[in-house]
Design a protein around this ligand. Structure first.
Ligand code: KG4
Ligand code: ZN
Length: 339
């Protein structure tokens, strides 16, 4: 089965085709980051408008390389969670294509896309596993028992990890989205004179809270004006160290609680080198293994939507003639995919 996938939940327009038989992938990705940078964050109205402009030509272009829409078996799009207007653009285009070409259509959960992206690698994780989803909008630990069978073990009570990276980077004067830039500065050092708190590690449970780290950074910044490059890098190091350490402690707890040996990391912050290194060591010490998506599939992309959609469509699932998007949508509300 060949599935065309559309991702438009935030500020990336992702279009991809996934062939379930051969594993072949065609893809196009357009990032709107430059458009939003001057505002220091994603402006929803601008995001929707840009998806309108970019999506159709990108689909035309990918189909030109692939062959023809006739050879596509089904269409998948991101139904949620995400920005309503941006989701509506992808949903409208996908619904229009499906009606026009008489193809089955399926709305995909964006976080399921992230969670399954590591399965596109050659070294695929097997079920069950603990999923750590760390993106700009979400931070959660998930008990992944089978395809579509998800139980949320813990979530962030306030800022998502990526959001905490971006907000702290903004306080340090780094351009949006500052996560990767903050990480690059942190990776220049081996130590820092600052120690940030490890939020909520002394309490039982698997919830997270990251907004206090931003405040800790702000207090240090106020005390040390003007900031020089060394100080800035030391703050980045201490911040990243605290975030990664907190995630390590909670992943360790989730693995103990579930009794699983496999950990799967997904979402934009999964690209963080320090996080990759520390979690790989954690599971190695526990005689288990951590699986990561390829760097290009960590952040938002169309391939993960085409792939998650393909697994569901292949199992015979498809949408009725619905046309809706879900800005909020829990992973736990998904149906298990029949084996
Ligand atoms: O999954 P994603 O592309 O979008 C959402 O669905 O949110 O994640 C984007 C987030 C941003 O907050 C970005 O700063 C962060 O992932 N990010 C990183 C790194 N690369 C991306 N954070 C820390 N270190 C990185 N290397
Ligand atoms: Zn995402």
């Amino acid at each position: 089965m060949k599935v065309l996938g559309l991702e438009s939940s935030c500020d990336e327009t992702g279009i991809a085709i996934y062939d379930t038989e051969t594993g072949e992938i065609w893809q196009r990705l357009y990032s709107q980051i430059e458009k939003h940078r001057e505002y220091g964050g994603v402006v929803p109205e601008l995001a929707s408008r840009d998806h309108v402009v970019k999506a159709a030509p990108m689909i035309k272009d990918i189909l030109f390389e692939f062959g023809s829409l006739d050879d596509i078996d089904a269409i998948a799009y991101t139904r949620g969670p995400g920005l309503t207007g941006a989701l509506m653009v992808g949903a409208s285009i996908a619904r229009g294509l499906a009606w026009g070409a008489d193809k089955p259509l399926l709305g995909v959960h964006h976080m399921e896309g992230h969670l399954l992206a590591p399965m596109l690698s050659e070294d695929k994780p097997e079920f069950p596993f603990v999923g750590l989803l760390v993106s700009g909008g979400h931070t959660m630990l998930v008990d992944v028992r089978a395809l579509g069978d998800y139980r949320i073990l813990g979530e962030s009570l306030d800022d998502a990890v990526g959001e905490a990276f971006d907000k702290t980077a903004k306080l340090l004067g780094l351009p949006y989205p500052g996560g990767p830039e903050l990480a690059a500065l942190a990776d220049q050092l081996n130590e820092s004179r600052f120690v940030f708190p490890r939020p909520m590690v002394n309490r039982p449970g698997l919830e997270f809270s990251f907004s206090g780290l931003k405040t800790a950074a702000l207090n240090i910044i106020h005390k040390h004006q003007p900031l020089d490059d060394i100080l800035r890098a030391e703050i980045c190091f201490a911040f990243q160290h605290a975030v990664v350490d907190t995630l390590r402690i909670k992943c360790d707890r989730a693995l103990t609680e579930t009794g699983y040996s496999r950990l799967v990391v997904a979402g934009g912050v999964g690209a963080n080198s320090r996080l990759r290194e520390v979690l790989a060591k954690l599971t190695k010490d526990r005689s288990g293994k951590t699986y990561f998506p390829a760097h290009e599939y960590c952040t938002d992309n169309g391939v993960m939507i085409a792939y998650a959609g393909a697994l569901r469509l292949d199992a015979g699932l498809e949408d009725d003639n619905v046309f809706d998007v879900l800005a909020r949508w829990s992973l736990e509300d998904l149906d298990e995919i029949p084996a």
